[in-house]
Design a protein around this ligand. Structure first.
Ligand SMILES: C[S@@+](CC[C@H](N)C(=O)[O-])C[C@H]1O[C@@H](n2cnc3c(N)ncnc32)[C@H](O)[C@@H]1O
Length: 297
């Protein structure tokens, strides 16, 4: 309460955060990683909420990344499955234009889409992941890395030709998902495309259980939330006005009784995308993820 009284203007708040992150900001600058505080246009309450929740997210992810690798078959969304899902959104990218990857993670994209683009901006809350990325992408002109403790940016309105949000909106709280989508939309150029990939779907199991808007299992982060198609579409329409839906796709399907290794191998099959499209066309509520491409009018 005392702190709130003292923080009368955004400038006070800004200074406090800069002080808190001073050492980090200095270290990042040394590695040509910028910091965006992204306070403009947001009430202090919103910014405090983002800072607290995102700080918890950084702590959680830092411990998770140490113990878990996306390169091994440990979950439902890694290995060959992951490569398949990424392949689908990568084919929606325009490789002649710059792209911002909102919540990019670390250096994982060194052999895939980042290297094919003329310019990439990778924005992340977890600065340790950015430091890892800088080692792999030393060319700061081609790969601009941005640390944002709020998830918001300092880029002007309508300034970025294409925006990618992969595995974010169902990994964060519903409030943050909305703020994130609004920010993606704000910075996107008119006629530019927002690619929203790997949105965790509400499955038949969730529906039978009577799942509400979100499943928030008491742990912040990593696919704790699910959305039905209707919920996802209305969330996008609410946060991204004047839009045109260019693509909506379901990706993957759940096979509860099949061993994980067999499922993963299936995703590597040459004709899997046809089977995937067929299953998702005839059986509702089997899909694992949604993929959407939205154009700003
Ligand atoms: C599940 S990972 C996805 C990483 C990567 N985009 C991918 O597709 O693998 C979620 C990432 O989003 C970041 N993140 C969490 N909240 C965010 C927010 N509000 N804005 C931007 N990024 C966020 C996390 O730090 C984490 O690296």
């Amino acid at each position: 309460m005392k702190i709130e009284k003292e923080l009368t203007t955004c400038q006070d708040f800004n200074n406090m955060v800069v002080q808190y992150y001073a050492e980090v900001i200095k270290l990042l600058e040394k590695h040509h990683i910028k910091t965006h505080l992204g306070f403009q246009g947001h009430p202090e309450g919103t910014i405090s909420y983002l800072l607290v929740m995102n700080y918890l997210e950084i702590v959680r992810r830092t411990t998770e990344v140490k113990t878990q690798s996306d390169k091994v078959f440990t979950g439902s969304d890694v290995g060959k499955m992951r490569q398949y899902f990424n392949g689908l959104f990568e084919s929606e990218i325009d490789y002649s234009k710059a792209l911002i990857d909102m919540g990019c993670g670390g250096p994982d994209w060194k052999d895939t889409y980042w290297t094919k683009l003329p310019k990439v901006i990778g924005l992340e809350l977890n600065y340790l992941r950015l430091l890892e990325a800088r080692k792999v992408f030393p060319d700061e002109k081609k790969v601009e890395l941005v640390f944002s403790p709020t998830g918001m940016t300092d880029f002007p309105d309508n300034s970025i030709p294409q925006v990618l949000s992969s595995a974010i909106i169902t990994s964060v709280t519903p409030n943050i998902a909305q703020l994130h989508l609004r920010e993606c939309w704000r910075i996107l150029e008119p006629k530019g495309k927002l690619i929203i990939a790997r949105v965790q779907t509400k499955s038949l199991k969730n529906i039978i259980k009577g799942g509400t808007f979100t499943e928030f299992n008491g742990v912040y982060g990593a696919f704790n939330q699910v959305l039905s198609k209707k919920e996802f579409c209305s969330l996008v329409d609410k946060c991204c006005p004047n839009n045109k839906w260019v693509k909506f796709k379901k990706m993957g399907f759940r096979l509860p009784l099949i061993p994980a290794q067999i499922k993963h191998d299936m995703y590597d099959w040459k004709y899997f995308k046809y089977l995937d499209a067929f299953i998702n066309a005839v059986i509702p509520h089997m899909a694992i993820h949604f993929l959407a491409v939205i154009e700003k009018q």
